[in-house]
Design a protein around this ligand. Sequence first.
Ligand code: PBG
Length: 322
Amino acid sequence: MRRARRDDFSRRLVRENGLSPDNLILPVFVLDGAKKTEPVASMPGVLRRTVDELLPVAEQALTLGIPALALFPVIEPGLKTAGAEEAWNAKGLVPRAVRELKKRFPELGVITDVALDPYTTHGQDGLIDTSGYVVNDETLVALSKQALAHAEAGVDIVAPSDMMDGRVAALRRAMDEKGFIHTRILAYSAKYASAFYGPFRDAVGSGTSLGKGDKKNYQMDPANSDEALHEIALDLEEGADYVMVKPGMPYLDIVRRVKDRFGVPTFVYQVSGEYAMLQAAAAQGWIDGEACMMEALLSFRRAGADAILTYFAIDAAKRLKG
Ligand code: PBG
């Protein structure tokens, strides 16, 4: 075994998996207003940006060969309601950001999140009844309106991250009826009720709204694996173009099972808490941050992921470009 490992050339000859900028998707946090950036305390190196401040990042991503961005809005507290009406405001932050990005960089893929949590006063991804339970079918109506507002703005891919039952079918039907036959669906199919989303909730401000609440009655139980295959099968049947496993590194076994079973485009989300852990240890000098970043990203590819949503996308693409 060691003869093949002896030199760089001979290691490269037998390397089974690789990482390219083509495999990366950059999640970004969008603020309302102009000429403003804000650091996210729990995600060193990540900034919330107004749309004008986002344009140079989009251009950099494009130059580095990153195929797509995923937008996450920071919604002002005054615009949040129990019914999340701002989520389908055609002039809202997300549709405006999509229009601007697609106008400036038509060749850059733009992905939007479909879920109500940035827009609800209670921080849940769906609408709630008087007991606080997230109601499924009423939420599907709201999500369809939200996806349509994004499609009308020209988004390339809508990504439902809400984990309601039947959302992929509802979105597909709503978009097809209005003629948005090319708008793709990236389904957060196996999305777990994970504690690794903490820094993200700080970044978009949904954590304070959620308070002591949790999402366990719609996001998956971290103990489950077969159930992920069931979720994926349903989303594919309903018309998902791509499926996703989330979080990433603690769920590599799920990525592998999904890829083996279905052989469909399988994405993985290296979530905010994973990013924060690596950055924190690197900042302490306890690990080599860059090397660990590249190793973690490669592990997703080895597990079977096609594309990776990662806050490291720019850093990794720079490294890959040499
Ligand atoms: C919300 C959403 C979340 C993430 C992406 N979309 C958080 C949640 O479900 O509470 C998490 C991403 C991350 O942690 O990086 N629908």
